[in-house]
Design a protein around this ligand. Structure first.
Ligand code: SAM
Length: 308
């Protein structure tokens, strides 16, 4: 899995966007005790970048174990190269000089030194999780991020994951997601546009979807709805649209007929949110207090029956 300079620079820019969002919406400025990234991938560019900007500790979760000593080393080598040529600071504007010095001092090992050991130098801990609760305490995370990952998670699982995001997010936490809503097949087939997969019914898509890297085909309005339903308030959004003529060339499957044109046109979105205080309170009442009341009433019911 080769890492090219252009790809590396692109991911650095994503990292910068997350950090800028954190600085803007977190009331405590640049202090960031804990970050959680979903979807590590092969190259830990974003976790290392967030460490260089000042995050104290970074957990990065993936359902697949893709990090290898060579992919971590390739990432570190590019970081060192960019730092030495002054390119790092131009893209990731907030890097801390002491941490960059530490990065430059790391020796490229070439000796098969474990990837985990290299990442530990930067307080980065990769975790593997397929489903179920996030392995973090409630209210512990200040910054939650993802890049090109949410679109690969099935809608029901995503709904659950967002509820987990709310649980682990601290009261002043910030969440920043970059989502790709284009058909991945268009990256390898120049004959089709990124809107191509919108022509398939759900039934057909089940078979046409890549069995290894699945795409959920959710649109930006669905992602907004997921945020709000889980108790987050969207505070910034940037949407990149494709060519309207490419979209017009697609005969939409009936599943997509209900979406507005401007919704369907969005191919990439950056969504930044914070915990919505009122909605969180409401959801806490529904999730936690309601079952307690129900238990109390059912106990009362049992008691009444016993006395009858
Ligand atoms: C397209 S890659 C992006 C990797 C990296 N974030 C980047 O931008 O280069 C998507 C990653 O998300 C991971 N992924 C997919 N579904 C996931 C899930 N439910 N939980 C955690 N990771 C998931 C995949 O294994 C893959 O590594």
């Amino acid at each position: 899995m080769q890492l090219r300079d252009s790809k590396f620079a692109e991911k650095l820019a994503c990292c910068n966007r997350h950090w800028e969002a954190y600085k803007r919406f977190n009331p405590h400025g640049t202090r960031c005790p804990l970050v959680l990234e979903i979807g590590t991938g092969w190259h830990p560019i974003v976790p290392i970048g967030l460490y260089l900007c000042g995050a104290d500790r970074i957990y990065t979760i993936d359902k697949n174990s893709l990090l290898r000593p060579e992919t971590v080393e390739a990432t570190l080598r590019l970081y060192q190269q960019f730092a030495r040529h002054g390119k790092l600071k131009r893209i990731l504007t907030d890097v801390r000089p002491d941490r960059v010095d530490k990065l430059i001092a790391l020796q490229p090992t070439g000796t098969g030194r474990a990837a985990l050991e290299l990442l530990r130098e930067f307080n980065i801990e990769p975790l593997i999780r397929d489903s179920g609760p996030l392995p973090l305490p409630s209210g512990s995370v200040q910054l939650l991020v993802s890049n090109n990952t949410l679109e690969e998670i099935p809608p029901e699982e995503l709904r659950y994951l967002f509820v987990e995001f709310r649980r682990v997010c601290s009261r002043d936490g910030v969440m920043s997601h970059l989502v790709d809503m284009g058909d991945y097949y268009a990256r390898i087939d120049p004959r089709i546009s990124p809107y191509n997969y919108l022509k398939y019914s759900e039934k057909i898509w089940k078979y046409a979807n890549n069995p290894i890297v699945q795409q959920n085909r959710l649109r930006v309005s669905d992602y907004r709805e997921l945020h709000v339903a889980a108790g987050f308030q969207i505070v910034a959004e940037r949407a990149d649209r494709g060519s309207p003529s490419d979209l017009n060339a697609i005969r939409l499957a009936k599943e997509f007929a209900r979406y507005a044109r401007e919704d369907l046109e969005v191919l990439r979105a950056s969504i930044v949110s914070v915990k919505s205080a009122w909605r969180s309170l409401l959801l806490m009442v529904v999730d936690e207090l309601l079952p307690l009341f129900q238990d109390a009433f059912s106990l009362l019911g049992v008691g009444l029956q016993t006395f009858a």
